[in-house]
Design a protein around this ligand. Structure first.
Ligand SMILES: [Zn+2]
Length: 315
């Protein structure tokens, strides 16, 4: 069984054939030309997908095309309701692909597709009941997979895990609400917290590390903490408590078997996950009798978007 997975990003679109064991074939890449209209870009993408399929002998028929797309996605009807990154609006993606290529096509929000990929082939593959994934990057994306299926609410507009509140009337979030997890636990938020702490402590090692790295990013505090800087430790401890509060909410709502973390911050590995486990453990409802939730780092890496998109039809 072969499906084409397509990971749609704001600057480039990557795709590849994926088989039912998660094996990835040669990739194709379409750069996103911002001067193209949504219909022009769609027809470029459909042509590229057609050429890719025709130029490969997969030994069997391609039985589906899955696309993971950022934004508000009506997965039931295959329509991109609105994508801020791509400036797409009311775009009937599944219908266009099916009409031109004659292959069943499904779409999903990119974070949801990535969560499905991790559940089927990555860090969540041992778990059958519920897996929650959080992507800690520029923002906080999320996905929930229940019994092997994406849970994405009415018209695919749910599971916006980054926009649940952890602080009443807290920091302003880009979505318009205050106190969202995204405003506290994204890589961008960690950078802001790092800058604030550096301003308060001109002697912190973080200044030296930021200079070495030529800029202040979310990594600065982690590196300085490893070298024993107390201000950096405060930044990281506080960050762990913000993210931990979000994770506790998802434990209490979904009682997942596993929470998978991806994105830049997740590169800290067990230094991140062990501390989150320690923070969350005793505060979970029903501790110690409630079923335990594992916290793991994502495993699929660079190709997670492609594999996740293919999984929409492979599952
Ligand atoms: Zn928000």
């Amino acid at each position: 069984m072969i499906c084409i997975g397509i990971d749609v990003g704001g600057t480039s679109i990557k795709g590849a054939a994926v088989d039912e064991k998660g094996k990835l074939y040669e990739r194709f890449v379409l750069p996103v030309d911002p001067s193209c209209t949504q219909n022009e870009l769609m027809s470029q993408l459909i042509d590229m997908t057609r050429n890719y399929i025709n130029s490969h002998d997969f030994g069997e028929k391609v039985c589906g095309i899955g696309l993971g797309i950022p934004g508000l996605i009506d997965s039931t009807n295959g329509i991109v309701t609105f994508s801020d990154n791509l400036r797409w609006e009311d775009l009937h993606v599944a219908e266009l692909f099916e009409k031109e290529l004659g292959i069943p096509t499904k779409i999903s929000n990119d974070a949801n597709a990535a969560a499905l990929g991790e559940t089927i082939f990555g860090a969540g593959k041992k778990y059958k009941n519920t897996v929650v994934m959080l992507t800690l990057g520029t923002g906080v994306g999320g996905g929930v997979v229940i019994n092997g299926k994406i849970f994405d609410g009415n018209c695919g507009a749910g599971a916006e895990l980054g926009h649940t509140s952890i602080v009443y009337n807290g920091v302003q979030c880009a979505c318009g609400r205050r106190g969202c997890l995204e405003a506290y636990a994204s890589a961008n938020a960690l950078t802001k917290q790092t800058i604030e702490a550096m301003e308060q402590d001109k002697k912190s090692l973080m200044w030296e590390i930021a200079k070495e790295q030529d800029k202040i990013t979310g990594i600065v505090a982690w590196e300085a903490e490893k070298k024993g800087d107390p201000t950096a430790k405060k930044v990281i401890d506080q960050y762990i408590s913000y993210l931990g509060e979000g994770i506790l909410d998802y434990c209490n709502i979904f009682r997942p078997e596993c929470i998978v973390l991806s994105g830049g911050v997740a590169k800290q590995g067990t230094n991140l996950t062990d501390r989150l486990v320690a923070y969350c453990e005793k505060q979970e409802y029903g501790y110690p009798r409630a079923p335990k939730t594992e916290i793991k780092v994502a495993e699929l890496g660079y190709d997670s978007g492609i594999i996740g998109a293919a999984c929409i039809l492979l599952k």
